[in-house]
Design a binder for this molecule. Structure first.
Ligand code: TYD
Length: 134
């Protein structure tokens, strides 16, 4: 069975001056990017997420710092640490996600395939299980 954790490795384009990563639609990121957002300044002990999306592809990367991501497809849950600016996590439709253990310096950058749409969110785990059944 395929892992829920789909890592995308971004090639670092560094030279003697330092590092650079380029994210391009349909190259490093497997969809048209319609939205970019980032989460930073997360307070100690705070966890975020706790939702799924009906139709949204996302790639998440900690451009600095780290956090732990839990993904759950209703049958199993898997975890991964995002702890490198070259390590992206692909998150597809109908996957419950939680973000935990943000380091104080964490900047979690997310590229998304659609504009923000609150109606695309499934914000309770029970509702998520119901949607999976239907
Ligand atoms: P939310 O998705 O609940 O954050 P998280 O899952 O990381 O805890 O978003 C927090 C707030 O920001 C909520 O009021 C919706 C708003 N928001 C936007 O307006 N646009 C966006 O692209 C995102 C991701 C959130």
């Amino acid at each position: 069975m395929l892992s829920l954790i789909q890592i995308v490795h971004f090639p670092p384009l560094g030279d003697e001056r330092g590092s650079l990563v380029a994210l391009e639609a349909h190259k490093t990121v497997p969809f048209d990017v319609k939205r970019v957002y980032y989460i930073f300044g997360t307070q100690e002990g705070v966890s975020r997420g706790f939702h799924a999306h009906r139709a949204l592809q996302q790639v998440a990367v900690c451009v600095t710092g780290k956090c732990r991501i839990l993904l759950d497809d209703g049958q199993r849950s898997e975890e991964v640490w995002l702890d490198s600016p070259t390590k992206g996590l692909l998150i597809g439709d109908l996957v419950w996600r939680e973000m935990h253990d943000f380091s104080v310096d964490c900047v979690l950058l997310v590229l998304a395939s659609e504009h923000y749409d609150e109606t695309d969110y499934i914000r309770s785990y029970d509702a998520f299980k119901q949607v999976l059944k239907s």
